[in-house]
Design a protein around this ligand. Structure first.
Ligand SMILES: Nc1ncnc2c1ncn2[C@@H]1O[C@H](COP(=O)(O)OP(=O)(O)OP(=O)(O)O)[C@@H](O)[C@H]1O
Ligand SMILES: [Mg+2]
Length: 225
């Protein structure tokens, strides 16, 4: 197999990267296009295990390359449950992990922490698609601008990028044109703010698994193409 690797980053902390990554992984697994592996790259405070009510190992640093089965066709490399130090995980761990997962899965979805580190840079380098998640507020849009600048500085191909606007609602007081301008590229998805997301996180079942027809999941589907 030769997986399509997609890395999800948040323009700033709490933008919704893990929510998008978890639901996208579920949607891809449901699409019947082959097995999916979701990688939690947040070695210090990964949320994927909690979002799927799964058991992560204390020593779950991805050296072991052991995937946990989450549901039919969906697996995960979970972050360790103990507070880790990402600086101590050698750079090659992430490149080797992604290379090895590529041979076993059709899709690899990487949930990256908001703080950029060497592992995030490596994952972005190996990705066929980079999804940047932000919210429709000016500070978050400025953070998106800084992230896009950084990707330009690192020499990444702009055609690999998609921008997703999360937690949208009709009356947040910011003109659509301003959001579109900040994205610098056509917006790949507008994901509505909904109490069903925190509810799904608290019940350990991503929304795409329990209510795939939910407007949030519908909007997310454009990312699976
Ligand atoms: N569309 C949404 N509607 C309502 N709440 C949302 C939505 N998306 C995310 N949230 C909430 O926002 C919070 C942050 O989401 P999430 O953990 O996905 O962000 P993150 O970017 O991964 O954060 P971190 O920087 O901690 O990795 C969660 O509590 C989640 O319930
Ligand atoms: Mg996260």
């Amino acid at each position: 197999m030769d997986a399509q690797i997609v890395t999800i980053v948040g323009a700033r902390a709490g933008a919704g990267a893990s929510t998008v990554a978890a639901n996208l992984a579920v949607a891809l697994a449901r699409s019947g296009t082959g097995p999916v592996c979701l990688v939690d790259l947040d070695f210090t405070a990964g949320d994927i295990a909690t979002m799927f009510d799964a058991e992560a190992d204390e020593g779950g640093v991805p050296e072991a390359h052991v995937a946990t089965r989450l549901s039919r066709g969906l697996y995960a490399i979970l972050a360790p449950t103990v507070l880790g130090d990402p600086g101590r995980v050698p750079e090659r761990v992430v490149s080797e992990l992604l290379a090895s997962l590529s041979t076993m899965y059709a899709h690899v979805v990487v949930d990256a922490p908001a703080a950029v580190n060497k592992h995030v840079v490596t994952a972005l380098e190996y990705s066929h698609r980079q999804v940047l998640v932000t919210t429709p507020e000016r500070p978050a849009l400025r953070a998106l601008g800084r992230y896009l600048d950084m990707l330009d500085t690192l020499g990444h191909d702009r055609r690999l990028r998609s921008v997703v606007i999360n937690r949208t609602n009709p009356d947040n007081g910011i003109p659509t044109a301003e959001v579109e301008l900040a994205a610098r590229t056509p917006i790949a998805a507008w994901l509505p703010a909904t109490p069903d997301i925190p509810l799904s996180i608290n019940t350990g079942q991503p929304l795409a698994a329990v209510d795939p027809d939910h407007p949030f999941c519908h909007s997310l589907l454009s990312l699976t193409h």
